[in-house]
Write a protein that binds this ligand. Structure first.
Ligand SMILES: [Zn+2]
Length: 294
């Protein structure tokens, strides 16, 4: 994960440009949920602003950083995800996750709730784009917290007291920058903090989205690391055309718009600071790719 910088006024402007009057229509719907005491409607309007999130996130999943389809056909691959569940909150890890995936923690992750965060279905700071694996298969209606749940909260920024475990990557809604929570050692995500809530956030987020075991993520990160390793070693090549290509490739791979940017940036920083360790990770990435080759 990485943070995507986004100022609140710019954010609202983008929403308004995408769908004139949407913010007012959203506010009216929220008022209806407030009166009813729960989320309930027959058709939704959040797909009208979905493209804003696709573009801000560089057409990547906000959780696993996989690249998703960019063209006008891409809508189907991108899920607009409600970070805090709108209808109900299911406990995580549930029994199935504990048994099937061996996920267990020795600290509390909050209880379930019905209704869910019924004042947030139309809050623009409660959306992000995610892939179907992260959203549908893994996140579903879960939202683990370390603090007390505030179901009737209507502004995500004001809900930091819930101490969520999952990291929200857009703007500064979340006090933690995702790259201050999770970095990468080679192809594997690791917590940055050695203790405290920030370390637990990393542990939970990694386990929640299986960021350390999904084969496609490991394979794509290994590709990125190898490309970066070769490109960085060609930055001083004798041939001008090779130097230019290497420079462009490095820039592209560590750009926030590139898939697995956190992994690539971790490797890039390590190459500058400790080249021998970085080379060992590049070798391990190559070994990994060879081990999964047919
Ligand atoms: Zn994903």
């Amino acid at each position: 994960m990485i943070r995507y910088p986004l100022r609140p006024d710019v954010w609202r402007g983008m929403i308004d440009d995408a769908s004139a009057g949407w913010l007012e229509r959203a506010a009216a719907r929220t008022d209806a949920f407030r009166a009813a005491g729960r989320f309930d409607e027959s058709s939704s309007i959040w797909s009208q602003v979905k493209r804003v999130y696709m573009e801000v996130q560089g057409f990547k999943c906000g959780f696993c950083e996989r690249r998703l389809e960019k063209s006008r056909f891409g809508n189907v691959e991108h899920d607009i995800e409600h970070f805090r569940p709108k209808r109900l909150v299911e406990q995580w890890p549930n029994e199935k996750v504990q048994i099937d995936r061996g996920v267990a923690f020795d600290f509390e992750l909050g209880s379930d709730a019905d209704p869910g965060y019924y004042l947030l279905p139309y809050n623009i700071e409660n959306y992000l784009i995610s892939c179907k694996t992260c959203n549908t298969a893994l996140k579903s209606n879960a939202f683990p917290v370390a603090g007390p749940r505030t179901i009737a909260g209507d502004q995500p920024r004001a809900l930091r007291g819930e101490r969520p475990f999952l990291v929200y990557p857009l703007g500064t809604v979340d006090q933690d920058d995702a790259e201050d929570v999770i970095r990468f050692e080679g192809i594997l995500p690791v917590p940055v903090a050695t203790r405290g809530h920030r370390r637990r956030r990393a542990e939970v987020t990694i386990a929640f989205f299986a960021l350390d075991s999904r084969e496609v993520l490991l394979e794509e990160r290994a590709d990125a690391i190898l490309a970066l390793h070769v490109a960085m070693s060609c930055l001083d090549d004798a041939r001008e055309s090779t130097r230019a290509a290497a420079t462009l490739l490095v820039e592209r791979l560590i750009s926030p718009r590139s898939p697995h940017a956190n992994c690539a940036r971790s490797f890039h920083d390590l190459t500058l600071a400790e080249p021998a360790r970085a080379t060992a990770y590049a070798t391990a990435a190559l070994d990994y790719l060879e081990s999964i080759a047919d």
